[in-house]
Write a protein of this length. Structure first.
Lengths: 30, 232
């Protein structure tokens, strides 16, 4: 897979941010 | 303990676990399809796979801000606090998604355009949209009076939605480095391989479910906050 670093970075940032937002919703009482 | 219940008769708490399961399952399927099942692009190679997160997040951002607009109209029309809760929830998630598709787009741009960022119409109008809705969220902190705050935010939410069609059509109105619409093309079928299109649609479905799940959770938080602070 070419440009693997760019692909991994993009997916990791998006997945990580979605997970962080989910955790923040839980922390706020959802 | 924080009370997060929302008004009696509301079905959101009941559907949220099922929505979460559906979102998680479709997210896994979409990710596997995007990274391993979809074919390699003949021109861009594998880096085009960023499309499967970039495009759904962009479309969901548009949807989120249109919902802010509709909920803002609903608040001004009815003064029902639920509309204000929907508006702020959708704005917050829209800002998150916009930030993420800007970052994903920037990472995609480097190997394909040779730059992380360039001042071309699609990128600039998207950045403006991001800043406008960050401003929307900040505006809500300027007043502690619930009704005044909700009304100011609603007026802002109605005006700011103007940028959504401008972002989408900016690639048609001006010479742009960003590619033209591939799927939502006027008068034409999607210019995309069928398996790529299927992967994109599955990804769009997955991110739509994630948006819906986040909305139910965020609205629940906002309704509880309204109950504690402003309603009698």
């Amino acid at each position: 897979m070419d440009n693997l670093g760019f692909i991994v970075a993009a997916f990791a940032i998006v997945w990580g941010a979605l997970l962080a937002y989910l955790i923040s919703l839980r922390a706020r009482g959802a | 303990m924080t009370d997060t219940t929302i008004p009696r008769g509301n079905t959101l708490p009941r559907i949220r676990p099922w929505l979460g399961i559906a979102a998680a399952a479709s997210f896994v399927v979409a990710s596997v399809m995007a990274l391993f099942w979809a074919p390699t692009d003949a021109v861009q190679g594998d880096v085009y796979r960023i499309l499967y997160i970039h495009v759904p997040l962009a479309w969901l951002s548009y949807l989120a801000f249109v919902i802010v607009f509709l909920a803002s109209v609903g608040w001004l029309w009815t003064k029902n606090e639920l509309f204000d809760a929907i508006a702020v929830s959708s704005a917050e998630i829209g800002v998150l998604f916009t930030g993420l598709f800007l970052i994903a787009g920037s990472i995609w741009a480097k190997p394909t355009w040779g730059v992380w960022w360039t001042w071309e119409p699609r990128l600039v109008t998207t950045a403006i949209m991001f800043v406008m809705y960050v401003g929307y969220l900040l505006l809500r902190g300027l007043s502690t009076d619930f009704s005044r705050r909700a009304t100011r935010a609603a007026i802002f939410g109605i005006i700011a939605v103007i940028d959504v069609p401008i972002v989408h059509l900016s690639v048609l109105w001006a010479n742009s480095l960003h590619q033209l619409p591939t799927v939502l093309r006027a008068g034409g079928s999607p210019a995309l391989d069928s398996s790529m299109l299927l992967t994109l649609m599955v990804s769009l479905g997955a991110y739509t479910l994630i948006y819906a799940y986040f909305m139910t959770a965020r609205i629940s938080i906002e309704r509880a906050r309204q109950g504690r602070l402003w309603t009698t």
